[in-house]
Design a protein around this ligand. Structure first.
Ligand SMILES: [Zn+2]
Length: 110
C-alpha cells in the first residue's frame, strides 16, 4: 500500500495489527516524524498524518487538527508537543499542499 500523501510504499512495522508507516519523514522543531501512519486493519480506526506545522488524526467520520507548539527532550529523542485546535468532518488524504490549504481554511472559519 502506498502513502496517499506522497505515493511512497508504506512499511509494515510491529506485531499484528501492524502499523503502516510512510518512509518520508517530515521535519518539526528538533524532531522528524513519519508523514503518514495507520493501523493495518480496515475497522473504524485512527489514521495519523503530519503536515508541518499540523498533525491530523482521522477517527471515524471526524478529523482532529493539532498544531505543533514545542518539542520535549525525552532523553533519547526530541518529541514534538502538539496543541489541539479543532475537530472537523473528515478530511481525506490528498496532495500535501491541497490538504494544508484546506486545514488553513478550516482553522480560519472554526
Ligand atoms: Zn508519505
Amino acid at each position: 500500500m502506498k502513502c496517499p500523501l506522497c505515493g511512497k510504499m508504506l512499511l509494515s512495522v510491529g506485531p499484528k495489527p501492524a502499523d503502516l508507516i510512510c518512509q518520508t519523514r517530515v521535519k518539526f522543531t528538533k524532531a522528524d516524524l513519519p508523514h503518514y501512519s495507520q493501523r493495518d486493519r480496515d475497522t473504524n480506526d485512527s489514521i495519523i498524518w503530519y503536515l508541518p506545522p499540523y498533525k491530523l488524526i482521522n477517527i471515524g467520520d471526524f478529523s482532529e487538527i493539532w498544531t505543533v507548539i514545542d518539542a520535549t527532550d525525552t532523553h533519547t529523542y526530541w518529541a514534538p508537543e502538539f496543541k489541539f485546535i479543532t475537530k472537523v468532518p473528515i478530511i481525506h488524504p490528498d496532495k500535501p499542499e491541497i490538504v494544508t490549504k484546506r486545514i488553513k481554511n478550516l482553522i480560519i472559519f472554526s
